[in-house]
Design a protein around this ligand. Structure first.
Ligand SMILES: Nc1nc2c(c(=O)[nH]1)N[C@H]1C(S)=C(S)[C@@H](COP(=O)(O)OP(=O)(O)OC[C@H]3O[C@@H](n4cnc5c(=O)[nH]c(N)nc54)[C@H](O)[C@@H]3O)O[C@H]1N2
Ligand SMILES: Nc1nc2c(c(=O)[nH]1)N[C@H]1C(S)=C(S)[C@@H](COP(=O)(O)OP(=O)(O)OC[C@H]3O[C@@H](n4cnc5c(=O)[nH]c(N)nc54)[C@H](O)[C@@H]3O)O[C@H]1N2
Ligand code: SF4
Ligand SMILES: [Mo]
Length: 766
């Protein structure tokens, strides 16, 4: 039985053998069990029936794409999509009475799971300076209080506006507009902690931060590499797409520190044969890589491809594509040949034969796609790793043609759209020029603060007001103790949220909870019912229509809250028609049409089934890079090293959580039940470190500042992870991740590459 100090006790931990397959009947039954315990049957049924259908609700879960309209199943959602929907559609409510019964300090001792289970937030609340209680406040007074605080700042740069990727395009566009009219680019977002490394690497080498493939491309690839990604849990319908690709003859290679369930076998719940039998084998080859070894792997692979071309000139590389579409090949080719095999093998913990097998698969394949996610981006070398993946694709011209390309698999359902709408602290001048022209103002040009730098600025008193639109910044951010201290130094923290989380309990001197409609809910404004739009990982923009009655009559939409806040703060000094925007979201989309390239005629085009696919210039052979071509790059690395007696720790998601929000204490596919305070360690490492299965340990992270960050009371679970590499859940381990431990250039926290030691907990105290 494991618990953090002050937390309510967990159930007893039980560990069973990890599953080899994902999805299938148990998955569906499990989702229904969850929904029945969380919400009324009617609310569940209404939401699920319209989920991911044309004219229905876009799943608020991950950003995986829907099949094209004629090809959707009746139940076009996965187990986890059903859980996310039901978590929002819960019939439980957090009322003013709840806050009378619980002090803020008491809520601060509750677990993430407990806070989320209390249900939907129902009315605006304020915590005043010196008080330990939230109390009700009217919308008028709440927004007035926040507006006054913003107006009183010495400079607008003393405020930050955080967003998380569940926010709609319309709300995201208004948020960045408000921040910029106010005068700041301080727009940190969850993307800073998610795919920032992808954005930086792809922008530099290809001139666009987005992936280049469509779902159709996945279906028609010959070879797909799934790198640092756990689709069975985090993008379950990606498995249906991989299954379809296999039916069409594709081969699949999984590169992961863990043998994740869905990567090995998949039982498709949509197909009769998914119900019985062993399902389809997904990965033809599984490379169990050492943490942070992916750059070395791709470099080794690229060297092998160059050498294969040397041996059989004109048969391996796409020389014509290299000549017409790329720059930097010669230098890259010289550099790649210097990579030492012993370095590659020790950094990857793979054998040369395993990498040769990948090379042979590549040589047999006309069309290759690389998919990747957090196992790659949340590493110190995340950016150069993705640059090396681009080198790999360029060598054989696997770009800009059907069935080939780069596929960074996005997390939140609209995280990509938020960026398209201008939520980024470093938007280029072309966007700022268009925004300024449209609304008649001069947007600030200096880059704003990202997530990590916002924490520094709050900690140093340079930022005084934190406004969060969705998300749970305090738990998502690294270095929990440092982040919490930074939040507490703010004069005011305000959160536009659907559900209670720790960010509401670790707050500034004044704190506001501004409860909002969820995506599942009907959104009625002065001109009638509204819909919102989102963009998935494959650049498809489509509408989402809420169907449920709102959780409370008092809730306002995100758009309404932002419009009223902006109008109050800017006091009629801006020419932006905030009231018109609130009344009719179509008027916001008209403006987006004129500011965002590719979204012209937005309202008309988004009404078509399937919506709009934003063009990717790379697929037209246009590269907005420094050389005007797709760029080969030379990438150096240093192996991620854990000193003797230490392990490399990755923090990851269980099957039963949505980011910072655990739904239960179980992780079914990994065989963990009843506790999240577990550390998965290779059995050989358990023995080597003198530990025993089931033993209680503290995780202590090692960093240059020797601050001795500690996460207490974890149970050692022997697990088939790569040797020397351990895994434990996020956000419980964020306390271990130093604020300064970030990926080169992207400044993204290295949540997959921590160095830790496991200290046995001595019975009776330390
Ligand atoms: N159910 C559910 N779905 C989700 C989310 C959720 O919390 N719950 N979150 C959403 C969000 S915001 C995101 S960003 C995505 C995240 O989707 P993922 O990136 O799949 O999420 P993680 O759980 O962080 O898993 C990362 C994977 O990388 C592997 N890995 C770790 N280190 C390395 C390494 O050095 N090299 C390689 N090759 N592999 C490594 C891990 O073993 C793990 O399988 O999921 C989205 N979907
Ligand atoms: N150690 C470690 N840290 C990580 C990661 C990791 O793998 N390891 N992953 C990182 C990644 S990839 C990400 S994306 C971030 C996630 O960071 P965030 O996006 O900030 O976190 P979430 O847990 O998704 O936020 C959940 C909260 O969002 C609010 N919410 C949900 N739906 C809505 C809505 O429709 N509207 C509004 N206004 N609010 C809503 C609810 O109040 C809920 O409590 O965490 C990052 N942090
Ligand atoms: S794969 Fe992602 S978007 Fe699709 S239903 Fe599942 S959680 Fe929702
Ligand atoms: Mo994410």
């Amino acid at each position: 039985m494991k618990k953090a100090p002050g937390e309510e006790p967990d159930e007893q931990l039980t560990v069973t053998a990890p599953k080899e397959w994902a999805a299938g009947v148990p998955a569906v039954t499990h989702a229904l069990e969850y929904s029945l315990s969380e919400t009324s049957v009617r609310r569940t049924g209404v939401t699920l029936l319209t989920m991911n259908q044309v004219g229905g609700i876009d799943c608020p879960g991950c950003a995986w794409a829907d099949p094209s309209p004629g090809h959707r199943h009746l139940n076009e959602y996965c187990e986890n999509g059903a859980k996310h929907i039901n978590d929002e559609a819960t019939s439980r409510r957090v009322t003013a009475d709840f806050f009378r019964r619980h002090t803020v300090s008491e809520l601060g001792r509750r677990s993430d799971l407990w806070l989320n289970q209390q249900g939907r937030l129902t009315e605006p609340m304020v915590k005043r300076p010196g008080s330990d209680h939230y109390e009700p406040i009217s919308w008028h007074d709440a927004l007035g209080l926040l507006a006054e605080e913003l107006k009183a700042l010495g400079t607008p740069d003393e405020a930050v506006f955080y967003t998380s990727g569940r926010v709609s395009n319309e709300a995201a566009f208004l948020l960045q507009l408000f921040a910029r009219v106010l005068g700041t680019n301080n727009l940190p977002d969850c993307s800073n902690m998610c795919h920032e490394s992808s954005g930086f690497a792809l922008h530099e080498t290809l001139g666009t931060g987005k992936g280049t493939v469509s779902l159709e491309d996945i279906h028609h690839a010959d070879l797909i590499l799934v790198v640092g990604q756990n689709p069975g849990t985090n993008h379950p319908r990606q498995l249906s797409a991989l299954e379809e690709a296999k039916k069409n003859g594709a081969r699949i290679i999984a590169v992961n520190a863990l043998p994740e369930a869905g990567l090995l076998r998949f039982k498709n719940p949509q197909e009769p044969r998914g119900v019985v039998g062993r399902g389809v084998r997904i990965a033809d080859q599984f490379l169990q890589i050492r943490s942070g070894g992916d750059l070395a792997l791709f470099q080794g692979l690229n060297r092998m491809l160059l050498e294969a071309e040397d041996a059989r000139p004109g048969t391996v590389l796409d020389q014509e594509f290299i000549r017409s579409d790329t720059s930097g090949f010669e230098e890259f080719s010289r550099h790649a040949r210097t990579v030492a095999w012993e370095d590659v093998l020790s950094a990857t913990a793979l054998t040369r034969e395993e990498i040769e097998k990948v090379r042979d698969e590549v040589l047999r394949s006309e069309r290759v796609i690389v998919c990747w996610a957090m196992g790659v981006t949340q590493q110190r070398h995340g950016v150069p790793t993705i640059r090396e993946i681009v080198n790999f694709l360029l060598l054989r011209g696997n770009l800009g043609r059907a069935g080939a390309g780069a596929c960074p698999v996005r997390g939140h359902s609209n995280v990509q759209g938020d960026r398209t709408m201008g939520v980024w602290e470093q938007m280029p001048d072309s966007f700022l020029d268009a925004l300024g022209d449209e609304f008649g103002f001069d947007p600030p040009r200096a880059h704003g603060l990202d997530s990590v730098n916002s924490i520094r600025a709050m900690g140093e008193g340079r930022v005084k007001v934190f406004v969060g639109v969705a998300g749970n910044f305090v738990r998502a951010a690294p270095d929990s103790a440092v982040t919490e201290d930074a939040m507490r130094r703010c004069a005011l923290t305000a959160h536009i949220s659907t559900k209670l989380n720790r960010s509401h309990t670790v707050c500034g001197r004044t704190a506001l909870i501004l409860p909002t409609l969820g995506r599942t809910e009907r959104d009625i404004q002065a001109t009638g019912e509204q819909f919102i739009t989102v963009e998935n990982s494959m650049s498809e923009v489509h509408s989402s229509h809420g169907r449920l009655e709102p959780a409370s009559k008092v809730l306002l939409s995100e758009v309404a809250i932002l419009c009223r806040l902006a109008a109050r703060t800017l006091d009629g000094t801006s020419a932006v028609p905030w009231a018109e925007f609130e009344a009719d979201y179509g008027t916001i989309r008209n403006r987006i049409s004129r500011v965002v390239p590719g979204l012209h005629d937005f309202n008309r085009r988004v009404a078509r089934p399937g919506g709009i696919r934003l063009p990717n210039p790379v697929n037209e052979g246009v590269y907005a890079t420094a050389t005007g071509k797709a760029m080969f790059t030379c990438n150096d690395w240093e192996m991620l090293h854990a000193p003797e007696g230490h392990l490399l720790l990755q923090s990851l998601r269980s099957h039963d959580q949505w980011n910072t929000v655990p739904y239960t204490d179980n992780d079914r596919y990994r065989g963990i039940h009843g506790s999240r305070r577990v550390v998965l360690v290779n059995p050989e490492d358990v023995t080597r470190l003198g530990l025993s299965p089931g033993q209680s340990v503290d995780l202590v992270s090692v960093w240059a500042d020797s601050a001795g960050r500690r996460a207490e009371n974890f149970t050692v679970v022997p697990y088939p992870t790569a040797l020397g590499c351990a895994a434990a859940y996020y956000p419980e381990t964020n306390v271990l991740l130093p604020l300064d431990s970030v990926a080169e250039t992207s400044n993204q926290p290295t949540a997959k590459g921590m160095v830790v030691r496991l200290e046995p907990v001595v019975a009776g105290g330390k």
